[in-house]
Design a protein around this ligand. Structure first.
Ligand SMILES: [Mn+2]
Length: 382
């Protein structure tokens, strides 16, 4: 199954109308989001990825009235066991492993990349479930294979099961029950209680997850950023040549307090530096910060490839921009305004093919911008 980049996945609803009426507001069921969908990704792919040292995966079972969770990496024998207990395995960041999963995320371009997290896929045997729960983030749940029943709640008062190792709503009350077949999709805003139960032994659900930074995270990361920007001047230390005798030696005199206050007040930031922080912060990869460096390539050869091959972002790479400032995996990239158009294309489409007719000067300039990204493993040729 091949996906068209322009496939509309919201059924009869336009992207504008979805954002206006549903996004972060209310659940939406879309029957036949993709017609005749056949998942090229199978449970076998998940089992293979779940054995990878770097992969993030969980296996969840409900045994004798208790929810049990095991964290990966798993051994093959953990996954192929014959059991009467229904189970679910969830594997994170599938878009880092499988090109189809990466192209599937392209269908969600109506949400900015800065908000997009990853494609998680879960496989469940019949009756497998992770229980009634809510998530703090928006999610699209796309049924890729088999059948899953979703119970959705609109309850305001939520009680969590304190004894459970996973988040379980103990007073779950369902308002709607929806049966999802392959190609159907459910959108849930944050904090909506939901309970998905597999009705078949081949249930595969794709979860398109979003991220939203917390206020504390933004503020503390910003203070780290400011700290990194401080110019340390070892020669500048507190002086008090006019110190006068004080009655209480333990008292911090008002002069000292004033001088320190002035030093603190000298900490300043403007829109440009806040924007640099925002770009670096939002383009920072959260999981798997390690990028594998490719075989070194000479500048001349790199330029040859640039005009003959398609350049593509590594699936783990986050590339964002604010106006004409670019940020790749937490790093600020300086770009002359003449080349902004190329970098925007690379960021938006996550790939770019340069014309062989590109003049030498421009090719050189783009090579200088892109070679360091290539050598860091952030971009590669198809
Ligand atoms: Mn959930």
């Amino acid at each position: 199954m091949r996906l068209n980049r322009k496939t509309h996945i919201l059924g009869k609803i336009s992207a504008n109308s979805f954002l206006k009426n549903f996004w972060q507001k209310k659940p939406l069921l879309i029957k036949n989001a993709i017609e005749n969908f056949v998942s090229p990704i199978t449970e076998k792919d998940l089992f293979r990825i779940a054995q990878d040292e770097e992969a993030i995966s969980r296996l969840i079972e409900y045994k004798q009235g208790i929810w049990q969770v095991k964290h990966g990496p798993f051994k093959k024998s953990d996954l192929l066991k014959e059991t009467n207990t229904p189970w679910t395995i969830l594997v994170q960041n599938i878009n880092h492993y499988l090109p189809f999963a990466e192209s599937f995320l392209n269908l969600f371009k109506f949400i900015p990349y800065a908000r997009l997290d990853d494609l998680m896929i879960s496989y469940a045997t019949k009756k497998g479930s992770v229980g009634p729960h809510y998530d703090s983030y928006d999610v699209f749940l796309f049924q890729a294979k088999g059948l899953r029943e979703w119970k959705i709640s609109n309850q305001k008062k939520i009680t969590l099961d304190k004894k459970s190792p996973i988040k379980i709503i103990s007073n779950f009350k369902s308002k709607n029950t929806w049966l999802l077949k392959p190609g159907d999709m459910l959108y849930l805003p944050p904090n909506v209680g939901h309970w998905g139960i597999s009705l078949s032994n081949d249930c595969l659900t794709y979860s398109i997850g979003f991220r939203a930074p917390g206020t504390f995270e933004i503020q503390s990361k910003f203070l780290d950023f400011i700290q990194d920007q401080l110019i340390t001047n070892v020669n500048e230390i507190y002086k008090d040549p006019h110190l006068s005798l004080q009655k209480n030696p333990a008292e911090i005199n008002s002069n000292m307090a004033k001088v320190i206050q002035k030093i603190v007040d000298r900490l300043r930031w403007d829109t440009a530096s806040v924007n640099t922080f925002i770009g670096q912060f939002l383009s920072e990869p959260i999981e798997n910060r390690i990028f594998q460096a490719p075989k070194p390539l000479s500048f001349a050869n790199f330029k040859k490839y640039l005009i003959s091959e398609t350049l593509k972002l590594n699936p783990k790479t986050r590339m964002l921009f604010i106006k004409s400032n670019f940020y790749v995996n937490g790093e600020y990239i300086k770009v002359h305004k003449k080349y902004v158009i190329f970098l925007k294309q690379l960021a938006n489409d996550r790939e770019i093919s340069l014309e062989p007719t590109l003049n030498k000067k421009d090719l050189n300039a783009l090579g200088i911008i892109l070679l360091p990204l290539y050598l860091s493993g952030f971009i590669d040729f198809i």
